[in-house]
Ligand binder design. Sequence first.
Ligand SMILES: *Cc1c(COP(=O)(O)O)cnc(C)c1O
Length: 388
Amino acid sequence: MQTKYSSLMPIAQRPDVVFESGNGHWLTDNRSNTYLDFIQGWAVNTLGHCPPAIVDTLSQQAGKLINNSPAFYNRNMLDCANLLTQNSVFDQVFFTNSGAEANEGAIKLARKWGQNHKNGAWKIITFANGFHGRTLTTMVASGKAAFDPLFEPKTPGFVRTPFNDMQAVSKAIDQDTVAIMLEPIQGEAGVIPAEHSFIRDLRQLADSHGLLLIFDEVQTGVGRTGELFAYSHYGVEPDIMTLGKGLGGGVPIAAQLAKTHCSVFAYGDQGGTYNGNPLMTAVATTVLREVLKPGFLQQVRTSSQYLQQQLTTLSAQYELGKVRGQGLLLALDTAHQDATQIADACLQNGLLLNAPRANTLRFVPALNITTREIDLMTERLREVLSEL
Ligand SMILES: *Cc1c(COP(=O)(O)O)cnc(C)c1O
């Protein structure tokens, strides 16, 4: 079997494993090893690997229409956009291919709105340890210290403040400020939830200064937190929201959504070859329909509670730290233990877990996970912890 890695640009240190197939909560590699998957493409595979609903949609749509150019409507882009607006507080949608592109679009939309309605205001307040993507501009909007020295010169106009610090945000506002942009739960930072009061105060602050509030729900959206969108947990409505990851359940599609008052793109401002592609929007429609089925989100919340219980028990047994997060976007603080070492050992033990930080394990299984797999995950993680 050929496994030549050197023809790929080395963008990350990857383990010596080559995946060949997936089924539900399981992956199989080229040596026929199987792995229980609690990464699922980083909170992407909403319904698990190769779920029948997506396989059917893809094969049927592939035989019907793959692409007709974004210069024309297609049925699926309309169905998907209608489903999103009917089930959210937003009025209009623009589909993109990745979360970064959706966020880049949200930034463009905010600047355009600033030009039209706020004397050309253009600065956006963002947050330390936030993550919004890897285009030149979304890297600047992100608050990852590792990005700071890279790819100069940077896109200007981003003012970074500490997360959950209302005073810092208030102080950062000036006459050029147009928007505040954040993840309601910082995912890549290690699953750090915004405090409820912080989100509510941000909304008030935005209203009193005439700023747009932008939620990056690329990771938290589409049922991941036990609500269709995380903003529902806080009782506030953002002006703009971006989606990605779970929206496509594994295929590349993302979206930016806006309320009418700030949906200000004019012809020519935004576009892209694959945007609203019928094959991808067919899949996103299927994913949304599955997540919207009666009882689905309740099941996410029930599974979340069970997973939290299991993790809390493990934590007490091995003197680890707290469990945090919401729905099936959870993290366990590993305290004195090296989370990367634990994740590496889990891989050897047939379990995929991700360590976004040196002392954080992240748990983002498919949303249809059952207690059986949660038990098996707990067992495999326990084996690893007892050996370390
Ligand atoms: C993953 C992620 C992105 C970037 O999405 P891509 O599809 O990788 O471009 C942006 N924001 C958040 C919150 C994410 O988790």
